[in-house]
Design a protein around this ligand. Structure first.
Ligand code: BG6
Length: 366
């Protein structure tokens, strides 16, 4: 059932091109140029009536929500708040009938997330679930559902569910931006065409998986790893750090590139690995300054960059290249080497990769 792979996690990492294609294909118009959501069928008024969006989720799904804030605010100019589900419920949130609550959950069964959805509904919000399981509790509770078509995800550490959540959320941002007039048809087509290239472009990352494996071997006895990034790469840094912690049990922390100097730089000492995500071109120069700050303290820096980068490569010790794409599309591919790093680190440390200690695939207790 693992299809020749040693673990479900690595099988699921390699299934991402198909999962992404399946999630995309039913939401692209026949000419390949615009987004359609038959399951939503919104009018411009449906979007214009949204005062703000609340995204609520747990774990990896929460990290997808962090990126969705960038997608939706930049492309559709609607304010977005992102909350951890178990926090949302108890903070007397500003949610009313002008709020669209987006609930993200792979399993559709996470009790904290389900409770947050019920709370949002109680306060009069409209609700939309992004989930991978047809007929799940969350899909039944929400007003509308957008399914990710990732297929069953068995490994506890989420991989293909996360990338398909990113795809669904980016499509949704494009859809809303077009409906409320914030996004031009040209920009929509540009991003959508880049998104459609992703399944094929993933092959390049898989072809270089051995480079990531070597890094995992090099770092296997480290006690701390830092992930840094700016803008969307900051959200990804959080997911990269979580993945590493969950299955390799190496302590990892994510920091916004610009925030290091406000404290954490004290922890960057000789030999500490820093995974520097620098795929976002608009903040590349700033990231290079942050990389220099950690290099000056003798960190071992892995730069993760677009494949035509020349500048970051000059400042780092190791480089991981990601096929070039639109800024909004980059995260969908950039996370893959981070998943691979966590996977190989867990394997070389002899851990139970698919069933890491103390974690469950879906948590149905509060
Ligand atoms: C956690 C899982 O308990 O639940 C994580 O270990 C997962 O991997 C999180 O991201 C949320 O799960 P779901 O199914 O609601 O997306």
């Amino acid at each position: 059932e693992k299809g020749g792979f040693e673990h479900f996690m690595i099988k699921e990492i390699f299934e991402q091109p198909k999962a992404i294609r399946d999630t995309l294909s039913c939401r692209v118009a026949d000419d390949g140029k615009s987004v359609k959501f038959d399951e939503l069928n919104w009018s411009p008024e449906d979007v214009n009536s949204i005062g703000k969006i609340m995204i609520t989720a747990c774990g990896t799904a929460y990290h997808a929500g962090l990126l969705a804030k960038y997608f939706i605010e930049k492309l559709a100019r609607i304010p977005v708040e992102v909350d951890i589900a178990s926090e949302y419920r108890y903070r007397d949130p500003l949610t009313d009938s002008k709020t669209l609550c987006i609930i993200i959950s792979q399993s559709g069964e996470t009790i904290d997330t389900l409770a947050a959805l019920k709370e949002a509904k109680r306060r009069g919000a409209r609700s939309l679930a992004i989930t991978n399981v047809v007929g799940s509790s969350i899909s039944r509770e929400a007003d509308q559902v957008v399914y990710t078509w990732a297929g069953p995800e068995i490994a506890v550490a989420s991989t293909k569910a996360y990338t398909t959540q990113l795809v669904a959320l980016l499509l949704l941002a494009l859809y809303m931006g077009r409906l409320n007039g914030q996004l031009s048809a040209e920009k929509e087509t540009e991003i959508l065409q880049d998104l459609q290239k992703v399944p094929e472009q993933c092959q390049y990352i898989f072809d270089h998986a051995d480079d990531v494996k070597q890094l995992a071997e090099k770092f296997k006895n480290k006690e701390d790893v830092f992930f840094i990034g700016r803008s969307m790469d900051y959200g990804l840094a959080m997911e990269g750090a979580l993945k590493l912690k969950e299955i390799s049990y190496i302590h990892a922390e994510a920091y916004a590139g610009g925030e290091l100097k406000h404290g954490t730089l004290a922890l960057i000492v000789d030999g500490v690995p820093v995974i520097a995500l620098a795929t976002q071109r608009d903040v590349e120069e700033k990231m290079i300054s942050n990389i220099k700050e950690v290099k000056a303290r003798n960190a071992q820096v892995v730069g993760v960059v677009q494949d035509d980068d020349t500048e970051v490569a000059k400042t780092v010790d190791y480089i991981i290249k990601i096929p070039k794409s639109d800024n909004f599309v980059m995260p969908v591919m950039t996370v893959i080497p981070l998943q691979l790093l966590a996977y190989y680190a867990a394997v070389v440390r002899g851990n139970d990769v698919d069933k890491p200690r103390n974690l469950a695939k879906s948590v149905t207790v509060e």
